[in-house]
Every structure is written in structure tokens, then in C-alpha cells.
Design a protein around this ligand. Structure first.
Ligand code: SF4
Length: 457
């Protein structure tokens, strides 16, 4: 048993995290930046940070992740990284010629107190930023928040690229939050079916799930273009999916540029997708297309057919707040019981929302923001569950406790395909359900005595 030292007895811990349920802020900022077309993410700190962030994203998306670094050594660590940053901007535009450099800070540069907007001004004044090129930045100290906070901060910086012309563009901004490239594709498919013109940002589809063409491109075809980002201040509204990932950017556009915003849950599962589709339908002033109504019907059909395998099953969840909120609602709506829920991202609002969603479940729920996987394991030891849903790190608990397990969320380091198959929308709901039923029914088969080993389940 790899986690054999996890004790049953739970003690209050204030200053110790064991097996964190999060990664560091710049990883989120780097992922978001990859959703801008022609963007090179830049890590303002030491090479080690950048290597870690790139390798985590590479391991999850199974694609090479390009990013540059200010490459701090002792001098920059003591006297500040301005000189490194200015040199880096110069080198990056000369050598790689990106449309945008998206700079995020690290623990080190934040602790020194480097002021990125001031360094950008200096770079501009010194002519280091060529005409027509952009440099954006986000503050992402990893001793606060999580990868989700870093993602949100970088998306807010994208919103700040808006340059309203005063003439509406007839589009709706959609801020999808941290979802897979295939999810972004699915959101675009749904909005196109309803007949809405959108600016989706960030958009990693075509960047991190592109085809193998045999030709190397430093900057893949996909991503939100700079022109689209500049135009998002002329949109008629913004739909932000997820309070933690997307709301700050949407509120920035609302308060500064009067682009009205609505913040919805991420459209995972039946009810959250219903609200998303309803919001799109209302904006477009149309009835729901048959194709989408059929997809919904298929999901409802599968839920009703398979309800006998789902009913009353206890589930442990770990992941990021926006995803967990939608997943909890989905599970409760299918009469499952999500009883242990942990996110590594801070936010008391998360605990409150989960309590609301589970209040009629007929079972107490353990929920913790800024929690860790060690606590989740202890909860599971005290009250076992039938299923674990979460990222790759759950595999240790699943193995030790012999519990069926569905990989979902970030990071997934030991399986393939998640970047190609959406889990948002009704089609995504079918995929989630297929995965959940797959592991539950595999367990039934494994544990069935010979006389009850059924061909048809
Ligand atoms: S030093 Fe900070 S930014 Fe760098 S890898 Fe560690 S936690 Fe992340």
C-alpha cells in the first residue's frame, strides 16, 4: 500500500498541506496564454519554474509546450529581473516573432517585487516591442491561490486587450474557463448551431489537440486572434463559464467597458448545460434547434436507462471549484451521493455552494476548499465510497482502497485522449456517464460470483 501511512484519525491542520489538490498559479496562466493565436507564454522567474510548468502541461496535453523564461540567476534574484525581462522581450520578438508575449510572474519575481506593467512601459519606450505586437502580463505568485487563480488572472489580462471602437460587432464573448481543447470546440459547435456569433477566449482548440501534419509550426492554427480580443469590448455581452476561472475577466469588461456579463456554471451535466443553452437561446431569440434537443434527449434516456446502477452510489470528488460544482449537481441529479469533496483552490463560497447543491441529498457532505488529497483519503477511510472522480493523483487512493475511479480534471498524466473528447454539453454528459458506468459495471463483473456473472448488464 503506497499510502499506508495515512491514519484514520483526522486532526486539524493549519500550516501543513500533504499531497496538494492543486498546482501552481503560472501553470494556469501558461495554459490560458496558449489559447491566444500566435502567443508565446513567458515565465518571469528561474528556469526551473518554467521547466516544471511546461512539463506539467506537456504531460497532460501530450503536446510539446513552447514557453520562454527570464532565466533568473543569483543577480536577478537579488537585484530584480528588469534587465532579464527587457533582454527577453528583445530576443523573443527577434527570434520567434510571436504576435503576443504573455508574461506571468513566479514566486521569486513576485517576492522581489518586479513590476511587470512598468517593465513593459520601459520596453515600449526603448522600442523593444515592434509595432503591431502585444505584450500582456499577469501577476501569478504561487504562494497564493492555485493554477485556477493563475488561469483567471491571465484571462483577465486578455480582457484588458479590448479596444472598443464604439460600434457593436454583434458578437457574444464566451469565456469558457479551464476546460479541455475539445470542450472549447464543443462550445463553438453549440453556439454555431444556435446561430450566435462569438468570441471565445481563451481557445486552445487547434492548439493542444491539433493533427499531426508532418510540418512543424511554432504557432499552431488555433487560438483567439489579437483582433478578436481587441474587439471583445464591442460585443453585446459576455457569458462567463465558472465563477473561479472566468468571472473576473467578464466583470472587467462589464465594469470598465459596459459589456454586460452573466456568470454561469460550467456546462457539465444535464442541468448546467440546460442553463447554458437557455442563455444562448435567449440571447439569440430563437427556439432550441432539433439537433441540440435530440442530444439532450439522448442524455436523459441514458440516465433513465442506467439509473439502477447510479442510484445511491457514494462518490468522492477532487478537482477545481468550477468543475466540481457542476459535477456535484450532475451526480445529485442522478441520485448519486457525492459525500467527500475537496479542492485545493481557496474560496469559502465553494463550500457554501456545494452545501446548497447537496442539501436535499439525504446525506451529510464533507467539503473543503484549500484542502488536500491526504484529507480526502482520510475521509474515504472513515466512510468508504463506491467511486472516485478526479485527476491522476487519485490513482494512489483508488488503488490502496480498491475503489473504482474515473479520471477527470487536471492534470491527467497517465491516460490519453482527454484533449480530444469533450465532457461539456449534452454530448459531454454522455461521455461522462459512459465513463462512470464503465468503471461501476467493470466492478460488478469483477466481483460477481460465477453463477451471477451476467452477459447483459
Ligand atoms: S517556485 Fe513558485 S512559481 Fe516556481 S514552480 Fe515553485 S510554486 Fe511554482
Amino acid at each position: 500500500m503506497l499510502l499506508r501511512h495515512t491514519p484514520l484519525e483526522i486532526k486539524e491542520r493549519k500550516a501543513l498541506t500533504i499531497n496538494p489538490a492543486k498546482t501552481c498559479q503560472p501553470i494556469g496562466a501558461m495554459y490560458a496564454a496558449l489559447g491566444i493565436h500566435g502567443c508565446l507564454p513567458h515565465s518571469h522567474g528561474s528556469q526551473g519554474c518554467c521547466a516544471y510548468h511546461r512539463s506539467t502541461l506537456t504531460r497532460h496535453y501530450k503536446e510539446p509546450i513552447s514557453a520562454s523564461t527570464s532565466s533568473f540567476t543569483e543577480g536577478a534574484s537579488v537585484f530584480g529581473g528588469q534587465a532579464n525581462m527587457l533582454q527577453a522581450i528583445n530576443n523573443i520578438f527577434s527570434v520567434y516573432d510571436p504576435e503576443v508575449i504573455a508574461i506571468h510572474t513566479t514566486c521569486l519575481s513576485e517576492t522581489i517585487g518586479d513590476d511587470l506593467p512598468q517593465i513593459k512601459k520601459k520596453a515600449l519606450a526603448e522600442g523593444k516591442i515592434p509595432k503591431g505586437k502585444e505584450v500582456i502580463s499577469a501577476s501569478t505568485p504561487s504562494y497564493a491561490g492555485s493554477h485556477v487563480t493563475g488561469f483567471s488572472n491571465m484571462v483577465k489580462s486578455m480582457a484588458q486587450m479590448a479596444e472598443p471602437t464604439g460600434k457593436k460587432n454583434g458578437k457574444v464573448n464566451i469565456i469558457p474557463g479551464w476546460v479541455e481543447p475539445a470542450d472549447m470546440e464543443e462550445l463553438k459547435r453549440l453556439t454555431a448551431l444556435i446561430g450566435i456569433k462569438t468570441i471565445l477566449f481563451p481557445d486552445t482548440s487547434g492548439v493542444l489537440n491539433g493533427p499531426l501534419s508532418g510540418e512543424y509550426k511554432m504557432f499552431p492554427e488555433g487560438g483567439t486572434t489579437v483582433a478578436e480580443l481587441k474587439s471583445c469590448g464591442d460585443s453585446k455581452g459576455t457569458l462567463a463559464l465558472g465563477e473561479w476561472c472566468s468571472a473576473d475577466a467578464a466583470r472587467e469588461l462589464d465594469s470598465k467597458l459596459k459589456v454586460p456579463c452573466s456568470v454561469l456554471d460550467m456546462p457539465f451535466g444535464l442541468m448546467a448545460t440546460d442553463r447554458f443553452i437557455d442563455a444562448l437561446r435567449t440571447i439569440a431569440g430563437v427556439t432550441i434547434p432539433d439537433e441540440i434537443a435530440n442530444e439532450r434527449g439522448q442524455l436523459v434516456d441514458m440516465i433513465s436507462d442506467m439509473h439502477q446502477y447510479l442510484y445511491g452510489k457514494k462518490v468522492a470528488l477532487v478537482g477545481d471549484p468550477d468543475q466540481l460544482i457542476a459535477m456535484t449537481e450532475f451526480l445529485v441529479s442522478m441520485d448519486m451521493k457525492p459525500i467527500h469533496i475537496v479542492t485545493g483552490t481557496p474560496g469559502k463560497k465553494f463550500e457554501k455552494r456545494i452545501k446548497e447543491l447537496t442539501k436535499d441529498m439525504g446525506h451529510e457532505v464533507n467539503v473543503k476548499a484549500k484542502g488536500d488529497m491526504f484529507l480526502l483519503h482520510q475521509w474515504i477511510k472513515n466512510e468508504p465510497v463506491d467511486l472516485i472522480i478526479g485527476n491522476t493523483y487519485c490513482k494512489y487512493i483508488a488503488r490502496d482502497e480498491d475503489i473504482p475511479y474515473v479520471r477527470w480534471g487536471f492534470p491527467i498524466l497517465d491516460r490519453q485522449g482527454h484533449q480530444y473528447f469533450p465532457t461539456v454539453g449534452y454530448k459531454g454528459g454522455l461521455r461522462l456517464l459512459e465513463k462512470i458506468l464503465g468503471v461501476l459495471q467493470d466492478r460488478l463483473d469483477r466481483d460477481a460470483p460465477e453463477e451471477k456473472f451476467e452477459l447483459v448488464l
